[in-house]
Design a protein around this ligand. Structure first.
Ligand code: GDP
Length: 453
């Protein structure tokens, strides 16, 4: 399956230098046909200077980095050609490599090969994509720790404990004819299962924080027309210099405004939609706002002096910041000098003049309630991993109720409990990739990577 040799541009278009990557068993044969220097004796982890030639002319002067299997990123023979960053040059080089037998790589295919060749497990491979996409210290830290295998080693511990539990149960099964024999103390089995389940739940709980750090905390600004919602959003956006504009992958209709406040990413949900409907019938605008409120984790309920706050009937309880805008005339500026926002307190601002915005930002950061992450803590950031942990937890609950049947129910046979345990193992195995056998699932995971990674 991985016998062909792949190539791709690994750097974005527009830089001074570009890197073309090639990996696979034919790497050095193909390079011998297009690169001027002889690489047959070249040591791994060295650079060679030379030029790429298409047979009739010099395409570019380049440096080639040499990696030999299995000590490369992919685990295969591979090389990186550093050339000048002209789109014409990189295209010519890729076409030459393809003409000599390589093929264009799919998104994430280099990393997929690294996974298939056992260089990293699936959660580490996914961390590579997260590392590339990291935009702040927190997301960088989480991706780095996952890449280094922090999560993987916790999963390995859980797997060991689950195997221990399974083998104790299976021992019981093997000797099930001997009714008088009890091989494992049921209390010990229950305690071990509970310990594993607690660990799994602890990991699953971190997803809320992990997801907020990675994808941002959703905030909706809700208020009657003309109270200053757009002005407030613009002020928040302009106050912060590190605006991350249009998020890739979202359609123009659903563009979300993303702001970093004190290192935390806040995502203002569907505010473009709310703004757009301003001139349309009011009802539609309110419906839109309510949808945004349901989706949000924090709500800024905006009003102005002598205008009551709109009523919110939310399905789910969540922090609501009561903010009174347009306080530039009605309230003396000394009233902005609170140090802390406490629930139930109004925050007075002037979106137009920027007064009180700092207080509002502090309140947002406080309500986001993102704890400090310690150096060695595992934080789950990936929805796929979170779902696998939930599945493992569900089946462990079944195991536990099988091990401790209710007083009037017959005990569950050990082979059925063992079956549920295998499902727990398989759910955890999906995270590291050990129990993923379908190529389609793998392709799905890697298709979100960039080409060249
Ligand atoms: P929206 O309909 O809630 O989005 O309200 P806008 O942001 O469009 O603001 C409505 C009007 O209120 C505009 O004329 C703004 O200039 C004005 N406005 C917004 N914020 C303030 C403020 O803090 N002070 C004053 N005096 N006017 C404001």
């Amino acid at each position: 399956m991985t016998q062909d040799t792949i190539c791709a541009l690994a750097t974005p278009v527009g830089g001074a230098i570009a890197i073309v990557r090639i990996s696979g068993p034919q790497t050095f044969r193909i390079l011998a046909s297009v690169f001027s220097a002889d690489l047959s004796q070249a040591q791994p982890y060295t650079l060679r200077y030379g030029h790429i030639d298409d047979g009739s002319r010099r395409v570019d002067d380049v440096l080639v980095s040499i990696f030999r299997a299995p000590h490369s990123y992919t685990g295969e023979d591979s090389a990186e050609i550093s050339c000048h960053g002209s789109p014409y040059i990189t295209r010519e080089i890729l076409q030459l490599l393809i003409a000599h037998g390589a093929r264009q790589a799919q998104p994430g295919e280099f990393t997929q090969r690294a996974f298939l060749n056992g260089k990293m497990d699936l959660s580490q491979a996914e961390a590579v994509a997260d590392l590339i996409a990291s935009t702040n210290a927190a997301t960088h830290h989480m991706a780095m720790s996952q890449l280094r295998g922090g999560f993987s080693s916790e999963l390995a511990t859980l797997r060991e404990q689950l195997l221990q539990l399974t083998s104790l149960l299976e021992l019981e099964l093997d000797f099930s004819d001997h009714e008088d024999l009890e091989f494992a103390n049921r209390d010990d089995l229950v305690n071990l299962a509970k310990k594993i389940d607690n660990h799994i739940q602890r990991l699953a709980h971190t997803f809320q924080v992990g997801n907020a750090l990675k994808n941002g905390v959703n905030v909706a600004i809700i208020g009657a027309p003309n109270v200053g919602k757009s002005t407030l959003l613009n002020t928040l956006l302009h106050e912060d210099k590190a605006i991350v504009s249009d998020v890739q992958g979202t359609t123009r209709d659903l563009v979300e405004d993303v702001i970093q406040i004190q290192g935390i990413t806040f995502r203002f949900v569907d505010t473009a939609g709310i703004r757009r409907t301003k001139d349309q019938i009011e009802k539609m605008g309110i419906e839109r706002s309510m949808q945004a409120a349901e989706k949000a984790q924090i709500i800024i309920l905006l009003s102005e002096p002598n205008v009551p706050f709109p009523e919110l009937n939310l399905k789910e309880e969540k922090p609501v910041l009561h903010v009174i805008n347009k306080c530039d005339h009605t309230i003396p500026s000394s009233s902005f000098l609170y140090h802390k926002h406490t629930p139930g307190e109004y925050i007075h601002i002037s979106a137009l003049k920027g007064d009180g915005i700092q207080l509002l930002e502090n309140a947002l950061v406080k309500e986001a309630a993102i704890p400090e992450i310690s150096e060695n803590e595992t934080i789950v950031t990936n929805l796929r991993h979170y779902n696998a942990l939930l599945e493992a937890h569900t089946y462990l609950q079944k195991v536990l109720s099988g091990l401790q049947p209710a007083p009037d129910t017959p005990p569950l046979p050990s082979d059925l409990i063992a079956e549920d345990l295998r499902t727990v193992l398989s759910a955890l195995g999906q995270i590291t990739g050990g129990t993923i056998s379908s190529q389609e699932t793998l392709n799905n995971i890697f298709s979100s990577f960039c080409v060249g990674k």
